[in-house]
Design a protein around this ligand. Sequence first.
Ligand code: PHE
Length: 402
Amino acid sequence: MRNSRKAFVVVVLVIGLLAMVVGCAAPSTPTPTPTATASSPTPTPTTPPPGGDIIIGCVAPLTGDSATFGKSTQNGVQQALDETNAKGGLLGGRQLILKTADDKSDPTEGAAGITRLIEQDKIVAEIGTVQSKVSLAIAPILQAKKIPMVSPTSTNEKVTLVGDFIFRACFIDNFQGTVGAAFAYTNLKVTKAAALFDVGNDYTKGLAESFRDAFTLLGGTIVGFEAHPTGATDFNAQLTKLIAAGPELLYLSDYYNDVGLICKQARALGYKGYFLGGDGWDSPDLVKIGGADVEGGFFTNHFSKDDTRPEVQTFVKAYTAKYGEAPDALAALAYDAANLMLDAITRAGSTDGTAIRDALKTSNFKAVSGTIKFDANRNPIKAAVIIEIKGGQQAYKATVAP
Ligand code: PHE
């Protein structure tokens, strides 16, 4: 385990980071141009296709602390479904209908939501949810009912280990934390780092641990490693302790709402070093909350709208035309997860859960965020991007291949 982790770090360093170039991700074939087909009339079958509409579920945090995550996710799924419906639907003309449930970032709400989607709405597949701690609550319910789930963005390793009906469209946190550590050590030339995370959240805790382990293996020193309670808004006690240990970099694995507050409070305490974090930073609200104090911060992510690959630019254009704002990584991954599921339903030739599961396993799908093929634990192996907050905007810095 130690050896393979070490080898992984070395591979990231040598092949990945040292080869960091803009747009070095594997080329993919372009996704179909949505605007080209959106205006063509939907073929109206003279008799309704057997089986009726195909109902797809999406549990997501539509309100609450992380509401931008839910909104982007719902938009991305809806866009994928609309494009397929405009091309005549699936399985001989059946239309796709989206049913959503708001998990409010809460595992209990998520479990209630997925139960309602299964029992009342009769979904055949679930795209969601966003946060690992909530995905861990809905996945056992879907697994028991043999309904396939693709989480667009839940990066905690445990999520797909729930069972063989549970997949994801994103990389996992072991990789994400390692990319962050290598960026800190090699590119920022930092040797002393500290981390702060939410004790009640598998994602933030697991990601901070992955960063800590990888940074230490590279030769860096972790001078502080502190947890804060879930729902905290005052981080002064933890930050005072961490800052006193003299880190050159603070690794913040929380979601944007906490990260904004933490950066503000750290600067108020006189901290002058770097901030670095993970995909949970990805929200237009990060800068609204953190203001000038998040400026210059870096985070690892799945996608950048500034990636020049044609499939990215086609998607960004269509999404922006539909919703009036550019997509973030959550929107892109939700779009990818939905298209991946629709591809599996097509190849399965059926809406039977086990048939879709079997088709998902053999996916080789050219998605906007990179090609998706699954390993034995139903995780895709994909590149990460590094983003810098510059002038209040997200600036694409680099792509790091696995
Ligand atoms: N990766 C986060 C989790 O597992 C969710 C997330 C993904 C948030 C992408 C923002 C952007 O909880």
